[in-house]
Design a protein around this ligand. Structure first.
Ligand SMILES: Nc1ncnc2c1ncn2[C@@H]1O[C@H](COP(=O)(O)OP(=O)(O)O)[C@@H](O)[C@H]1O
Ligand SMILES: [Mg+2]
Length: 276
């Protein structure tokens, strides 16, 4: 059952830019789905539709099969279910201290001081930011800010968490840590949607990939289906994961084409070298 769906979404910014053109995108409960696309493709614009921050020029958003309405009451409800971590943490963090920032969402939901305190503690622990409670967010590094922004959304305990480029600007270890955290949250039942252009990290974690370019979804499928379509990948100004690219260069593909996909991770690549 799809837990969130965009149906025929077109969005035009006030200056006339058509950022999304008839987008169809749906996510099943419990999945990790990636929206992959170059800069300017429309990733952030699409995500801002999922909890009603932007209202489409055409089309509808469905959350739990219910059509999204743009009245204040409906928006409050949907924002409890759908949490969005913005691309730039400075758009999200505004309180004088980390703990006040993370507490903002739960307090806004009307939770007690006691329950809020518990959620703040748990969320900061999950993202590895315990001990930073009293720090002003603007004193934190980029990666730390991202983790606090994630904690703020986690503290609201949403059914679906949407993260706009959660790994951009992070060092490789920081990026891998965040993806591991998302993987853990997903194991506990949370549906996760991320946007990225990091083609190396995505196949390790995502069940499904959607490629977006010029405001249109041009390919959807499991990581193998998507990365075997090299033409579409290149058209979207993306590249193959390093491992798949290596195999392509080694011209192994022809040999295996009938039965095999490109390997996308080091683990998958082993078979190419072991059976030679
Ligand atoms: N506030 C805005 N006003 C006008 N055009 C915008 C605005 N924000 C984004 N755009 C344009 O919409 C398109 C999609 O942008 P965006 O959704 O930010 O892409 P992405 O997140 O994939 O980099 C781009 O052409 C961008 O220039
Ligand atoms: Mg963006």
């Amino acid at each position: 059952m799809s837990i969130i769906e965009a149906k025929n979404i077109t969005y035009k910014y006030p200056d006339g830019t058509v950022a999304l053109n008839n987008i169809n995108f749906s996510v099943e409960k419990g999945e990790i789905v990636a929206l992959l696309g170059p800069n300017g493709a429309g990733k952030s614009t699409l995500f801002l539709h999922f909890n009603g921050i932007l209202e489409p020029s055409k089309g509808e958003i469905y959350v739990d099969k219910e059509i999204l309405k743009y009245k204040k009451k409906n928006l409050m409800e949907v924002r409890q279910k759908v949490g969005i971590v913005f691309q730039n943490p400075d758009d999200q963090l505004f309180s004088p201290t980390v703990e006040e920032d993370v507490a903002f969402g739960p307090l806004n939901l009307g939770l007690s001081q006691e329950e809020t305190k518990k959620r703040v503690e748990e969320s900061l622990k999950k993202v590895g930011m315990s001990g930073f409670e009293k720090k002003p967010p603007h004193h934190l590094s980029g990666g730390q800010k991202k983790r606090v922004a994630i904690a703020g959304i986690l503290a609201m305990n949403p059914e679906i968490m949407i993260l706009d480029e959660p790994t951009s600007g992070l060092d490789p270890k920081g990026a891998s840590k965040i993806l591991k955290l998302l993987f853990e949250l997903n194991k506990d039942g949370m549906t996760i949607i991320i946007s990225t252009h990091d083609v190396d990290l995505v196949p390790i974690y995502a069940n499904e990939i959607n490629i977006i370019n010029h405001g249109e979804i041009i390919k959807s499928g499991n990581p193998h289906d998507v990365f075997d379509d090299i033409k579409t990948i290149r058209e979207a100004n993306l590249r193959l994961p390093r491992i798949a690219h290596l195999i392509e260069i080694l011209e192994k593909k022809d040999k295996y084409k009938s039965s095999e996909n490109y390997p996308l991770t080091i683990g998958e690549a082993r078979r190419y070298f072991l059976d030679d």
